[in-house]
Design a protein around this ligand. Sequence first.
Ligand code: DGJ
Length: 331
Amino acid sequence: MFLRFLTVVSVFCLTGSLATQAQNKPQHQTEFKPGAVWYDDKDEVINAHGGGLLYDKGTYYWFGERRGKSASEGVNVYSSKDLYNWKMEGLALAKSTDTTSEIATHGLMERPKVIYNPRTKQYVMWFHLELPGQGYKAARAGVAVSKNVTGPYAYVKSFRPNGHMSRDMTLYVDDDGSAYEIYAARENYDLRIVKLTDDYLSATTQDTLLFSNHREAPAVFKKDGKYFLITSGCTGWAANRASLHVANSLFGPWQPVGDPMKGPMADITFDGQSTYIQPVQGKKNAFIFIADRWNPKDLKDSRYLWLPISFIANQPVVQWTDAWTLDTWKN
Ligand code: DGJ
């Protein structure tokens, strides 16, 4: 009798939890919920960490680290027309099965960013590459290319820009088509910028120290001719306080202007770490701050924090909100 009671209870609990899971999997999303589980078109949890977005011919593409529990499994890409609903496009850059390759299974590919080069008509991906079996020692920039935005990307090479270590990084294409890598160098004590060659495949010698504040996770955007750069401190996977720098030129000088985060857990970036800032197409001065809420016990299960950037006295502010829509911007 008692056993029968237990069976009834467990069947009830199971159906109950399946029902809750189903409720959590909306087919069509109409808002952003920072920190919530985010599903793709196949009802799989989106696996695109440390990522970056590219807007190309009317579609947004989200590139990010495909993670296992701890393994780095290559770079995933998703596509979306509306930024809320994402279609899984597949593995844009796969790890190599050749054990002698620089991108063999046991190395790391982190913080992938993709830009389009109109001269060569190629999509160019840069990422933080760590060589197999060396932990975070190699500190190199990796480059891969494709004729198609969703890939597959072919691995080209890796290097240290002008001999500098290159760990956390982002890419930025300015209005004149010049592209730059902003990267953490000298064991993350320095944040540097280097201009890319015209084909976006290599670093030029135009390479400058931005500041030596032990910062990483750079995310940059431009508004009204000013550049804004959000970074994190260096505490591994643990969240810490963000900081904002502003400059009239990408090469500096960069002025520190404090922490732009506001709301609960603002002092630790809402338990997250910056990765990218995406302008919203068709809206004026509309930028989305994108961060990772890392789960080092199961990296693929890390969450995403997407929040709107507002401006108070021309300074960017990232105010926490549990849910929001693109209607935040009226224009
Ligand atoms: C912080 C970096 O921002 C992440 O991309 C990752 O490299 C972790 N450190 C590893 O601890």
